[in-house]
Design a protein around this ligand. Structure first.
Ligand SMILES: [Zn+2]
Ligand SMILES: [Zn+2]
Length: 257
């Protein structure tokens, strides 16, 4: 069974969808990117009764129904860089809905694609041939520069966080992980995520542990200001325990440098 990945982009039609990366609500009218998988077995072209519907509408409906949505800013973290390079269409102009976007947002997507095209400076094998001879290195901070948002931060906080992010991007992973460990913060993710986590922590304080399941590490989304718990891995039962804790109010701890 061959799976086809479909991506679409649009302004959120309501505030009902939840971002699959940060788990915060996607507010109506904000730019969101959808991902859905169509299996070849459900190939619409094999359905006998489709003659009354134009192909495109049916396809759009299937995609819209199954889409998992992401804030534009969170979308680069949906999957690892390798997966993204292998599965994204080579141009965002191929996304369903791209042409309906405002010019400024089309530009944002084009910039993001450029940054995604060569994860950590290594072009995907598919693109290697065309890139040969050209310098393909892109600094890791490029994506975060495009997707960095003020969200619920005050302008003063945002300025501080941005300055720290620029500063910290030259730190080693080792140093970043050390600082996060000292503060009991999540240590997963790519370097750019570690950088913003440390920067946010220094400005806002450290995230507390989950008051509900007691084991999960709280995540915070700058976009919606939501604290959420993704659950944790239960070593005794060898399963992942999901936790649905969500709150806008949590007391942060003092950050240790
Ligand atoms: Zn998000
Ligand atoms: Zn929890």
């Amino acid at each position: 069974m061959v799976k086809t990945h479909c991506f679409s982009v649009q302004y959120a039609k309501s505030s009902m969808s939840t971002c699959r990366v940060c788990m915060a609500k996607i507010v109506k009218d904000s730019l969101r990117v959808g991902h859905s998988q169509l299996e070849a077995e459900n190939d619409l072209s094999r359905k006998p009764d489709r003659s009354h519907l134009p192909d495109m509408d049916e396809r759009m409906m299937a995609i819209a129904g199954a889409a998992r949505w992401h804030h534009f800013e969170c979308f680069p973290r949906m999957k690892g860089a390798k997966w993204m390079a292998a599965n994204l269409p080579d141009s965002p102009t191929k996304l369903e809905g791209f042409k309906e976007l405002k010019k400024g947002d089309q530009k944002k997507l084009l910039q993001l694609w450029k940054a995604l095209a060569s994860p950590e400076g290594k072009p995907s094998s598919k693109r290697k041939a065309e890139m040969e001879g050209k310098v393909a290195k892109k600094p890791a901070s490029k994506i975060s520069a495009i997707t960095s948002v003020q969200g619920v931060l005050t302008s003063a906080q945002f300025k501080k966080v941005q300055a720290l992010e620029a500063d910290l991007s030259s730190s080693t992973n080792h140093a970043l992980l050390g600082e996060l460990r000292k503060n009991d913060q999540p240590r997963t993710g790519k370097k750019e995520e570690l950088v913003s986590r440390v920067a946010e922590g220094r400005v806002l304080g450290a995230l507390p542990s989950c008051p509900k399941c007691k084991h999960g590490q709280i995540h915070w989304s700058r976009l919606g200001g939501w604290f959420s718990c993704p659950g944790y891995y239960d070593r005794d039962l060898k399963t992942t325990r999901r936790c649905f804790f969500r709150s806008k109010e949590m007391k942060r701890k003092e950050w240790k440098k």
